[in-house]
Design a protein around this ligand. Sequence first.
Ligand code: HEM
Length: 414
Amino acid sequence: MSQTYGSIFLLKLGSKNLAVVSDPELANQVLHTQGVEFGSRPRNVVFDIFTGNGQDMVFTIYGDHWRKMRRIMTLPFFTNKVVHQYSGMWGEEIDLVVRDLNNNIEKVSKEGIVIRRRLQLMLYNIMYRMMFDAKFESQEDPLFIEATRFNSERSQLAQSFEYNYGDFIPLLRPFLRGYLNKCRDLQSRRLAFFNNYYVEKRRKMMAENGEKHQISCAMDHIIDAQKKGEITEENVLYIVENINVAAIETTLWSMEWAIAEVETLRLHTPIPLLVPHMNLEEAKLGGYTIPKETKVVVNAWWLANNPKWWKNPSEFRPERFLEEDGGTQAVVGGGNVDFRFLPFGVGRRSCPGIILALPILGLVIGKLVSNFEMHAPQGPEKIDVGERGGQFSLHIANHSTVVFKPIGGSIVKA
Ligand code: HEM
């Protein structure tokens, strides 16, 4: 549609407005120069349920609550100190993946395996160790099965296009009653799961240790902030919910694309339209008037793949990042930003998890390629890179079976 209607267009979808931006200069305006005006998030009937009407951080409007939540989450998750503290643990979890592949070398080097499942366990362990100092035993661990099931149902219900008719046309909303009840039921069971198995355990441990308790994971920091009256018990649970949706699958999808076609985050990025932005008041963009409360999406995928800005965009040519002129550039938060390449967004609502995601991604792919040659299984010449998307995610449609051959023909230890 961007090719037909241009770098900015407005769609009227029932009672809602949707603006789509597909130009680096306009992306600069939405995310940076007018970052405050466009710094809110639209919600809908389903996201109201999954965020408790904006008690979380990812989907809340731009304002005091968002600032407080982002500040409280930064200390235990998004600093260089955290990266330094946990990088050894990330290495351990990746080594366990290599060990498991080596232990099953007969099968993985001939038939191959669906590597996603093992990487998913690794990423859950990385994030749950950081959050709760807890980990899952294996892919068969009942708590792992339950956590992944809850999160996958949450993603399917929230990302489906099935409920849009009732969201866009309020008159039709009564027909959504069954769908919304399903969402409410899932959300209360899912939050109870996080609370009973993880948050309450940390609370108990902190209460038992009293003054002597040493803060040893993100949840301890967050409970501490709640005890000081900065946030509520509900906010604590919504932070856990946000990390479960924002951190794990996004990083996993990037790994799957990286294994399947090397140039991850540009050719395929897990959130190709970023998380939608919204202007609370009427605003101007590229000379047009954007009505208040318009959902504004930045087409990051097209910015990163438009032949107008990239030479042969479908080719794997990493040197393009050094050779090609970046077009719209700006200094944001001390760094130079090329507005053609925004897999994590930029500015106020940009992804704070970039500080964790990039080194974890690098470590995992580095470890796999230094230990194994990776191939498509016998038969197909290439891995199938068909795509499947939801309201704002894009992932590989068929999880790839990958054959892992130890480098040099002998088993390399992790
Ligand atoms: C490769 C992995 C990841 C990708 C591609 C990614 C991408 C994104 C994008 C595109 C946004 C929205 C930016 C915008 O709206 O302008 C976002 C927001 C966010 N991401 Fe990530 N992300 C990744 C991993 C993570 C991780 C590991 C964490 C946490 C540990 C995380 C936490 C968040 C949070 C909390 C937000 C909401 C920020 C806000 O609204 O203020 N992400 N991410």
